[in-house]
Design a protein around this ligand. Sequence first.
Ligand SMILES: Cc1cc2nc3c(=O)[nH]c(=O)nc-3n(C[C@H](O)[C@H](O)[C@H](O)COP(=O)(O)OP(=O)(O)OC[C@H]3O[C@@H](n4cnc5c(N)ncnc54)[C@H](O)[C@@H]3O)c2cc1C
Length: 108
Amino acid sequence: MSRSRRRGGSNTLADDAGYPGTVLRTATRGIVLRRRAHGTVEVTAQAGEPLAAPVAHGVHAGLSGIEYLSGIPGTVGAAPVQNTGAYGQQVCDVSPTPSAPVPAPGRP
Ligand SMILES: Cc1cc2nc3c(=O)[nH]c(=O)nc-3n(C[C@H](O)[C@H](O)[C@H](O)COP(=O)(O)OP(=O)(O)OC[C@H]3O[C@@H](n4cnc5c(N)ncnc54)[C@H](O)[C@@H]3O)c2cc1C
């Protein structure tokens, strides 16, 4: 049986005939900021968080890099899959490290 991993579904069109499989909706929440050596900060965000949430945490911590992405709908889980970007900033610029496998484009 096929399966499809979704969160907000804001980038998804569904066939009126339905989907012959299982749709997984990621609902994990949580954001942790860790100060590292040499002035770097590691931000860990669960896949079910709205993308705007870690962006806001980062801005409040004085970080920059993806602050222009705050108004984009969707979740952290989808951001590295599609490399969410706007106004010259994109998620890959801040080196996200998904801790769960990200499916190849075109695969559920
Ligand atoms: C009004 C509007 C404005 C937008 N503006 C921009 C913009 O400026 N720049 C931009 O880049 N995008 C933009 N988008 C697109 C937006 O970024 C995506 O619609 C959104 O990020 C998708 O997130 P989602 O959580 O709804 O993912 P879904 O639509 O549910 O999924 C999108 C993809 O991510 C995968 N995925 C989702 N969650 C996970 C997970 N936990 N693990 C693995 N794979 C997962 C899905 O399988 C699917 O392939 C815009 C969309 C809208 C509606």
